[in-house]
Design a binder for this molecule. Structure first.
Ligand code: DP6
Length: 359
């Protein structure tokens, strides 16, 4: 029997991944950029041995352990990932898995990102595939095959980009799986991975998540990706964002919040415009999200407080600021009527093996 435990952080996207050019392989239409989040962590223990079946037990935030059934899209993907990695390792042994999150799931804090990254890391190590885990770019491809694009940005620490192959950007309508020749598939798979821009010690940037509404979102991001190109603005987003991607990389390297902040807000607004104009439309913003966004802009305008907002597929607002201003930003956020509580995050390492097991 082998037992392995890893921790994996969620990540917040400064440049958003929205829409894919190939859905089955999770190939993104555009390159995205994110920062890992020290306060939003999944811990996963995998034991590989002579069990009859694979079993996964999950403990979501503030809940008890529950046996996971392969009924929905995401749990199915987790069981498939076990089978895939088992066959990669040429093993027949089954697994016993426990996994827990220290933050709310399905509310736009990338719980699937940390969960899929943690599971993939623990499985690779549990099945003795150390080389695939140690090579972080290969590890990120393995995470993508689990069935979550954003999760691959948690493979490594700090500031990370999820590269979209050139062909993905050029594809007008997306590839259909039937049209995809196996060499092209192989090429897209190889070219679609995570790459570290700079590590977690580079910059004291902070992401304060303002929790407005810890309820499960109505439309999952997986469903949203399928609808992205029904928006008349989608192709415009893909072309106008190319300069923003390069500028965001540079602003991170220069540690320039005045440069980075407006790019983050622009990209969030651009992605949400696509979501709201999809057919049918998807609205993740709540009145509480609006209250926070308007206040963040007001604090900048009136007090030059350097804080900027971004939202993923949920109503909670991530407020990005530098450490020196973070106490002030947190205090102001917690005074807003729609904010229930906040989660403080700094850049942190990616998926890491630890010695303390969950069972
Ligand atoms: C809005 O990675 O959740 O958070 O690849 O289907 O698992 P799948 O989607 P997912 O999409 C994340 C979308 C986003 C933006 C981002 O994190 O880049």
């Amino acid at each position: 029997m082998v037992k392995v435990t890893v921790v994996a952080p969620a990540n917040i996207a400064f440049i958003k991944y929205w829409g894919r050019s190939e859905h089955n392989l999770y190939i993104a239409r555009n390159t995205s950029i994110s920062m890992t989040m020290s306060g939003c962590i999944t811990t996963t223990t995998v034991e590989v041995g002579d069990f009859e079946n694979d079993q996964i037990e999950v403990k979501f935030f503030n809940q008890e352990y529950k046996k996971l059934q392969a009924l929905d899209h995401k749990p199915k993907a987790l069981f498939k990932q076990i089978e895939r990695i088992r066959s990669l390792a040429k093993s027949t042994q089954k697994t016993k898995i426990k996994t827990e999150n220290n933050f709310p799931n399905d509310v736009g804090i990338a719980s699937s990102a940390s969960g899929f990254a943690a599971l993939t890391g623990a499985l690779l190590l549990g099945y003795g595939l150390e080389k695939e885990f140690a090579d972080k770019e290969e590890f990120s491809r393995q995470i993508r095959l689990c069935g979550s694009g954003s999760a691959i940005r948690s493979a490594m620490g700090g500031f990370v980009e999820f590269l979209a192959p050139k062909e993905a950007i050029q594809a007008a309508g997306g590839f259909s799986p039937e049209d995809l020749a196996s060499e092209l598939k192989e090429h897209l798979h190889k070219e679609s991975y995570a790459r570290q821009i700079t590590d977690e010690n580079h910059w004291n940037l902070v992401d304060i998540v303002a929790i407005t509404n810890p309820k499960k979102k109505l439309v999952s991001s997986s469903q949203g990706h399928l609808m992205a190109d029904t928006s008349p603005y989608y192709e415009t987003r893909i072309s106008e964002m190319q300069d923003r991607i390069a500028q965001t990389r540079q602003a991170i390297l220069d540690k320039d919040i005045r440069q980075l902040g407006p790019l983050i807000e622009e990209d969030s607004n651009s992605m949400h415009s696509v979501m709201m104009t999809s057919k049918p439309p998807i609205f993740y913003w709540s009145p509480g999200s609006m209250e926070i966004m308007l206040n963040v802009m007001k604090w900048r305008r009136e007090d030059d407080l350097q804080a900027y907002f971004t939202l993923d597929a949920g109503s909670n607002v991530h407020v990005i600021t530098e450490k020196k201003d973070s106490e002030e930003v947190k205090k102001r956020l917690e005074n807003l009527p729609s904010v229930q509580w906040t989660i403080y995050n700094q850049p942190c390492p990616g998926v890491t093996k630890i010695n303390k097991h969950l069972f």
